[in-house]
Design a protein around this ligand. Structure first.
Ligand SMILES: [Zn+2]
Length: 398
């Protein structure tokens, strides 16, 4: 049991690359579902419905395997092998849009590492699911991707148990069992899908209209400087400032730092109480400051930013970033706003408006008093000059 988390009693969605992680020779396809369910049961996911979708070139899949999968409620998707990874990723992104957390996802593939895991890590910072991986020969070693387990596929299939069910127990989203991505075709009959896959029309579509094999990283185009969400708008805000690599630029007044940051926050709709301190340890800070909270990080170091992305994948922190030099590579850390440190400090005169009211009042009083003193000196001078030039005054003085 991983803990008392709502995801442990919510649905589980599985995307399975049949080419990377095939059913071992001589192995019956029917125990695939119960093996996966049993692995989750051992971790405390006891009452969760499990949806499984298997991807691959189904022209290569024996009939008895297709029959075994469909009889246990595993949806089967046909796509050319080159497109399997991108199709799985696209379907996962679409599913996430339609199924808000809590839920659990399992990706069975040898090709999660790289841009897939980069995009997934950023997606997980926006919407958090319990993430599990399984691999056959090439585990995902991207450390920035937070997962609850990284199973070996063959080991997963060794999970022992009772007789597999013959009908779907998990929530298939549609009555269809077989899908063809090239033709946008679906059906429930093994005989029908076999006939379709061997047809001339399908062969033509597979050749000229198969899904794009390039993986589209959806988070790459996410905009910057999002307005504050209602949840984070009034939450506490912290600024963690690494002064070593992001010092105050030469010629800037240190007094401008706080009002500049406050102005940037306010422009995005944040109204919570602002705390700031020198950066020490992000994890320690998180222990003392549970989510939801907004944290602004002022630093140029990509390394520790990547490790922070793991923290954001499990807790609802909102991250803003300022740096002296714009990073060459897109960081794994997902931010809702970013600034160049110098640009953020280069505030206009209106920053005065954000100074404390008492400070402005004191300044106004000082200026007023100075004006009054100056005026009285001037008046005295005038009087003195007038009397000094008057004949009467001369006579009097004499
Ligand atoms: Zn087709």
């Amino acid at each position: 049991m991983l803990g008392n988390d709502a995801a442990e009693t919510s649905k589980i969605e599985v995307w399975w690359d049949m080419k990377d992680c095939p059913i071992p020779e001589g192995y019956d396809a029917r125990p695939v579902r119960p093996s996966i369910e049993r692995a989750f049961n051992k971790l405390g996911y006891s009452t969760c419905p499990v949806s499984i979708t298997a991807y691959g070139d189904q022209n290569q899949t024996p009939c008895h395997v297709l029959r075994g999968l469909s009889s246990t409620g595993v949806a089967v998707v046909h796509t050319i092998s080159e497109s399997t990874r991108s199709v799985m990723h696209r379907d996962m992104v679409e599913w996430r849009g339609q199924n808000p957390p809590p839920a659990t996802i399992l990706i069975i593939s040898d090709q999660v590492e790289g841009d897939f895991s980069w995009d997934l890590a950023r997606l997980q910072q926006r919407t958090r699911y319990h993430l599990f991986l399984a691999y056959s020969s090439k585990p995902c070693n991207d450390l920035f991707l937070l997962r609850y387990a990284n199973w070996r596929w063959e080991k997963l299939l060794e999970e022992e148990g009772g007789t597999p069910p013959l009908v779907a127990t998990g929530g298939l989203s549609s009555a269809a069992v077989f899908y063809c991505k090239s033709c946008n075709f679906n059906c429930q009959s093994l005989k029908t899908v076999r006939k379709h896959l061997s047809s001339y029309k399908h062969g033509l579509e597979d050749a000229i209209n198969s899904p794009d094999s390039r993986l589209l990283c959806v988070t790459k185009t996410w905009a910057k400087n999002y307005p504050a969400t209602p949840e984070h708008a009034t939450a506490k805000m912290h600024v963690l400032w690494d002064m070593n690599d992001s010092p105050i630029p030469e010629g800037y007044d240190a007094c401008r730092v706080r009002p500049s940051i406050e102005r940037a926050f306010k422009e995005l709709g944040y109204t919570g109480v602002l705390h700031s301190r020198m950066i020490t340890n992000f994890e320690e800070w998180a222990e003392d400051n549970p989510a939801p909270a907004t944290v602004m990080i002022i630093s140029d170091r990509l390394g520790w930013r990547m490790s922070q992305s793991s923290l954001l994948q499990k807790s609802n922190y909102n991250c803003l970033l300022a740096y002296s030099v714009r990073p060459f590579v897109k960081p794994t850390l997902l931010t809702s706003a970013e600034w160049l440190w110098e640009s953020l400090l280069a505030v206009e005169v209106k920053w005065l408006l954000h100074l404390p009211v008492c400070f402005i009042a004191i300044c106004a009083t000082v200026i007023a008093k100075a004006w009054m003193i100056s005026r009285s000196i001037s008046q005295e001078k005038n009087i003195h000059m007038r009397y000094a030039s008057s004949p009467l005054s001369l006579s009097v003085n004499i």
